[in-house]
Design a protein around this ligand. Structure first.
Ligand SMILES: [Zn+2]
Length: 213
């Protein structure tokens, strides 16, 4: 009897250990933020970081709310599997470009600041870069001194347009290590899946010229 009990306990531990590897980053909006922008940021962050990002419900935004108040409201909407929440916010008055409080598990980005002088593509790129920076901060990674890295320091928002959109290789490794430690679900890179479907078609027309013999 006790043996069965131990087996059951062991199984439960195995299941909960697996569940711990299924944590995700939640991405929410607050205020008037374009749904297409949010989806581009979600897809871009997943692609560059390798960590799963889920779209969360919008967070209510009131006039005059500071970004940290928005962040704390967002934390209240988090689900059990969420590691942290990133909010793309459009505050109703002038606010800083962003705030990230790793101990409180949130980062809030001010879209109104990011879109100055940017079209839709540029805004999506900037918001993705800033979201990657927030994710690195949430995992308590340090800024990077390497100029070709999204984690390098910068001054003005349009500096982002000249910066890398991606982690440098050491930061990428470090991010993957920290993400695993935090129990984040890492997604497979998608390149190998596309290859088999196209390969036969490319090789289907070899030169079979009988005249050559
Ligand atoms: Zn780096």
């Amino acid at each position: 009897m006790t043996k069965y009990l131990w087996i059951a306990v062991g199984w439960m531990i195995a299941v909960s250990a697996q569940a711990a590897d299924e944590r995700v980053i939640a991405l929410a909006t607050a205020g008037d933020v374009d749904a297409a922008l949010v989806e581009r940021v979600r897809a871009g962050v997943e692609e560059y970081s390798g960590a799963a990002v889920r779209l969360a419900a919008p967070v209510p935004l009131e006039a005059g709310q500071p970004l940290d108040v928005v962040g704390r409201a967002a934390v209240q909407t988090m689900e059990a599997g969420d590691f942290a929440i990133i909010v793309l916010a459009r505050p109703l008055d002038d606010r800083p470009q962003g705030v990230c409080l790793p101990d409180e598990r949130f980062g809030v980005l001010n879209v109104a600041k990011l879109e100055v002088g940017a079209d839709a593509d540029k805004l999506a790129r900037r918001a993705t870069q800033e979201s990657l920076r927030v994710m690195a901060m949430l995992l308590k990674m340090a800024p990077c001194p390497f100029p070709l890295c999204v984690l390098v320091g910068y001054d003005k928002v349009d500096d982002l347009d000249r910066m890398s959109a991606n982690f440098c290789p050491p930061c990428q490794d470090r991010f993957a290590r920290e993400a695993r430690k935090a129990g984040l679900r890492l997604i497979e890179k998608s390149e190998p899946a596309a290859a088999p479907a196209e390969a036969p078609a490319a090789e289907a027309a070899p030169e079979t010229s009988p005249a050559a013999e």
